[in-house]
Design a protein around this ligand. Structure first.
Ligand code: NAP
Length: 441
């Protein structure tokens, strides 16, 4: 384990590192963002800081609407009277309920709001075993891993599209609040799953394996393993939304450990008061990840407003195997509620800017692609492309019928006169035909 992820590394940061505030000139005028779990704790503090930097439109995604409304009123009241009030909306989101997550994603898509960042902050640290009614999965696994993974994929799908259709805007950001405790997880459930040959989720749901001191750490690690597989091997579009994980450090004053009761709860809150940061200091890291870290944070892990090493679990052979298993089980679980092929395979997003057109084509097949390109240039009245140059990364084949559909769609959706078309093509995708959206959809 690296020093960074060790207990001494943690203590060093807690006592000697102070995450910087966003520079005073940071302006979020004209920007829109969404913060989950923003009625209290770090999410609330991050929302307050974002608004102080002039954020124009904020969506508070909360599981309890009345708590959300109270937070909204309090956030508005905290702003100077002289500033133009931002738009703050309260939307319902329960990460323990897949249908609530898909509803939020659909609402966002239909709203037409151009989102600059999504801060996926909501999470739990349950010290008691509880089951999620709709799935029977243990609650912290359901919320911190599976629910957050579903929300990530749905937002990624939407924000990827936004990134491509708005090529002149900075790429939108999806920042997920993780925790350095992921590196300390014992995660014994993985060994049980391997030894007995049963799915990991089944082991995690089994109450006899619930370790109250480890489950939160494990839930944060599981999300991290899912995230690593997503960004390294399964990301549908490379120039779409930026994804990063942010660690706020241990903070006192939030409701995170609300289920720690009695003497244990007292000791824990005393310990947090000594070692922990204030919420406003921790929230600086969330603000940094969502609106300041930018492209260089893509696919990375941020701590104290800097890039930092991931937990490292998946670095060895065994960890790598478990990481793949986590990915497969996430996909299998979420396939029960959404079309994972649609979410994960590359798709044509269309629309171009005057000089930097970006089309994402799930093309395979050099010959076919060359002819497709001439077909596209014909149909869309684009300047001819001389040849494939090394910007184009094309392999394998697809059918010309599909290409015709793509070309027709492009033609119908062109709003500008592009100077060139950049094909951004992924390798080793063979099922292009099945994922082509219908021309009218
Ligand atoms: N505080 C720390 O020391 C620390 C350190 C590292 C990482 N983190 C992470 O930071 C994030 C925020 O934690 P916090 O300390 O601010 O805790 P918090 O005060 O308990 O805030 C958690 C937020 O998540 C919401 N939430 C919980 N379950 C939800 C669900 N099923 N659906 C939607 N929203 C849900 C809560 O809503 P309700 O108010 O309605 O319950 C609350 O708004 C968490 O992801 C946590 O793991 C915290």
């Amino acid at each position: 384990m690296s020093f960074y992820n060790s207990y001494p590394g943690f203590l060093y940061r807690q006592f000697l590192v102070c995450p910087p505030k966003a520079p005073s000139g940071t302006s979020l005028q004209g920007k829109a963002g969404i913060v989950t779990g923003s009625n209290t704790g770090l999410g609330y503090q991050a929302s307050a800081q974002l608004l102080r930097h002039g954020l124009t439109h904020l969506i508070l995604a909360v599981r309890n609407l009345s708590k959300g409304e109270i937070a909204r009123a309090s956030l508005l009241a905290s702003l100077p009277k002289s500033t133009k009030p931002p738009v703050i909306e309260v939307w319902e989101l329960d990460l323990a309920d897949y249908s609530s997550i898909t509803r939020l994603a659909n609402r966002l898509q239909k709203s037409g709001i151009n989102i600059d960042f999504a801060l996926l902050n909501a999470g739990v640290a349950n010290f008691n075993y509880t089951q999620t009614p709709s799935t029977s999965h243990e609650s912290s696994i359901q919320i911190n891993w599976l629910g957050t993974a579903l929300l990530t994929l749905l937002l990624l799908f939407d924000l990827n599209k936004q990134a491509v259709v708005n090529p002149t805007r900075p790429r939108p950001v999806i920042s997920i609040v993780g925790s350095e405790t992921a590196a300390w997880a014992k995660f014994k459930e993985a060994q049980v799953s391997t030894a007995k040959g049963i799915p990991l989720i089944e082991v995690l749901d089994d109450k006899s394996h619930f370790d109250m001191g480890d489950r939160y750490y494990t839930s944060k690690l599981l999300y991290q393993l899912f995230f690593l597989e997503l960004v390294r091997s399964h990301r549908p579009v490379s120039q779409g939304a930026i994804l990063n994980i942010v660690n706020p450090g241990l903070c006192y004053g939030s409701d995170l450990h609300r289920t720690a009761e009695g003497a244990f709860g007292g000791i824990l809150s005393g310990m947090k008061r000594v070692v922990g940061r204030s919420l406003s200091m921790g929230a600086r890291t969330l603000v940094h990840a969502a609106v300041l870290a930018g492209e260089s944070s893509d696919g990375g892990y941020l701590s104290d407003c800097k890039m930092a090493p991931f937990a490292g679990y998946g670095d060895g052979d065994y960890g790598r195997k478990v990481q793949t298993q986590v990915w497969k089980e996430t996909v299998a679980e979420l396939s029960r509620v959404v079309d994972m092929d649609k979410l994960l395979l590359p798709e044509l997003y269309g629309v171009v800017g005057p000089s930097n057109a970006r089309f994402m084509l799930p093309v395979s097949g050099t010959n076919c692609c060359l002819s497709s390109m001439s077909l596209l240039t014909d149909l869309c009245a684009l300047p001819a492309l001389d040849s494939m140059d090394n910007r184009y990364d094309v392999v394998e084949s697809t059918c010309s019928g599909t290409m015709l559909r793509i070309a027709t769609m492009l033609k119908n959706s062109l709003m500008f006169s592009p100077k060139f078309v950049l094909f951004n093509v992924r390798r080793h995708r063979t099922s292009a035909r099945s994922i082509m959206p219908e021309p009218n959809g």
